[in-house]
Design a protein around this ligand. Structure first.
Ligand code: SAM
Ligand code: SF4
Ligand code: SF4
Length: 386
């Protein structure tokens, strides 16, 4: 069921005023939890496995965090990541608890540990989405970036997941994540044909970042960077991908894909892409919340709710608002919440599309005006105005 226009209006207002007043009226939509940085691989482009080794987010802390998020009653998606999440022996216990709390849980994996039995457990687990990373359409490309044998394992994992989903007739969306790099730029489109035939339901591309702890670094000298003649190759690939998506779907764009060109050309600015620091958080295996490198506080010490209102969080978000080198990464912006008139226009458009009787529409409009009134009061309160 689609989100009601009033709910969407409320969320957009909350993100808008959070960003404007640097105060969390809105809860994060995207919550990344790195359960540990242990991994089966040591991929060339991945900075994650080079830091915070030796930390595991304890089950009790994950459980408390899920309880807090469930309490928010906010539209959130929790992505369990790492390292390799399936190295955690309690991964299914974690998923089970989140599902019991009615949370939307996703897992992103390299597929190395997903055999037939694990695939069946995943399919029956109540997860919303299982994503497998694939960094090339050719075995040599993926294995060069990751490790010999990694491609076959990732493809096999997708085949097991797809077969199990067919067998049980239900299960999470099966998706593929591809990091765009100079090494795979020429085969981005071919990944579509590969995964489509395996039964993958969604393919997401995102550009490589130079350093996880310095996401505003877009140094064109960095390894993996798409530059020179490869920019033309990228443009050709995007044209083909967009054409395919328009005809057949499958590919999900988190933003306008032509922004990838500006990103790699180093011409992307805040006019093209605005990061809303209230939309996402990353929780590390040490319990520290870090968004774009800066820390908010530690959930092991003060819990998630308190971390979102620390003075450190204020400083981190203020810094993110100054970003001059957008990364097109975890900060999936909420462009529809950037401007008040856009929020109102979207609401009117959505309401007109809803099949509601005239009287019900009037009530919805009244409730929307009450929300604006609520924000007027909150703003005055924040600014200590009477
Ligand atoms: C850090 S991995 C953790 C989950 C799992 N180990 C995997 O590889 O899918 C999560 C995602 O980040 C991507 N990734 C790794 N290094 C990256 C980088 N430098 N820039 C952008 N994405 C990156 C991976 O390809 C993967 O899709
Ligand atoms: S498998 Fe994932 S976490 Fe491990 S090194 Fe590769 S990208 Fe990083
Ligand atoms: S767009 Fe957001 S997350 Fe990305 S580098 Fe800028 S502030 Fe950081």
């Amino acid at each position: 069921m689609n989100k009601s226009c009033l709910k969407k209006f409320e969320e957009n207002l909350a993100y808008h005023f959070s960003e404007k007043l640097n105060y969390p009226f809105a809860m994060p939509h995207w919550i990344y939890i790195s359960l540990s940085h242990r991994c089966t691989y040591n991929c060339q482009m991945c900075g994650v496995v080079k830091i915070l080794q030796g930390y595991e987010l304890p089950f009790k802390i994950v459980k408390d965090t899920f309880d807090t998020i469930a309490h928010w009653r906010w539209d959130c998606v929790i992505t369990l990541t790492g390292g390799e999440p399936f190295l955690r022996e309690d991964i299914f216990k974690i998923i089970e608890y989140g599902v019991k709390k009615k949370l939307k849980i996703e897992v992103i994996s390299n597929g190395a540990l997903i055999n037939k039995g694990v695939a069946e457990k995943i399919i029956k687990s109540g997860l919303r989405n299982i994503a497998i990373s694939l960094d090339g359409a050719r075995e040599e490309t993926h294995d060069h970036i990751r490790e010999k044998g990694a491609f076959k394992k990732a493809v096999r994992a997708l085949q097991y997941l797809s077969a199990a989903k067919k067998q049980f007739g239900r299960g999470p969306q099966i998706s593929v994540w591809t990091t765009i790099m100079k090494e795979n730029v020429a085969e981005l489109f071919d990944i579509i044909e590969l995964v489509r035939d395996i039964g993958v339901e969604c393919l997401v591309y995102h550009p490589v970042i130079v350093a996880q702890d310095d996401m505003q670094n877009t140094s064109p000298d960095a390894p993996f960077w798409v530059r020179g003649d490869n920019i033309r190759v990228l443009k050709e690939q995007i044209d083909k991908i967009v054409d395919y998506r328009d005809k057949y779907g499958l590919v999900a764009f988190l933003h306008d894909p032509y922004l990838w060109i500006k990103y790699f050309e180093n011409t992307l600015t805040k006019d093209d892409w605005k990061c809303n620091p209230f939309v996402f958080i990353n929780i590390g295996p040490d319990g520290e919340i870090r968004s774009c490198g800066s820390s908010f506080g530690n959930i092991k010490d003060i819990g998630l709710d308190a971390c979102l209102t620390t003075s450190l969080a204020d400083v981190a978000r203020a810094k993110m608002k100054q970003c001059t080198r957008p990364c097109l990464q975890t900060c999936w912006a909420r462009p529809e919440a950037d401007y008040l008139d856009e929020i109102v226009n979207t609401f009117i458009k959505d309401l007109n599309q809803e099949l509601l009787p005239e009287e019900r529409k009037r009530i919805v409009v009244r409730e929307a005006l009450m929300l604006l009134d609520k924000y007027e009061k909150l703003i005055k309160n924040r600014l200590s105005l009477s």
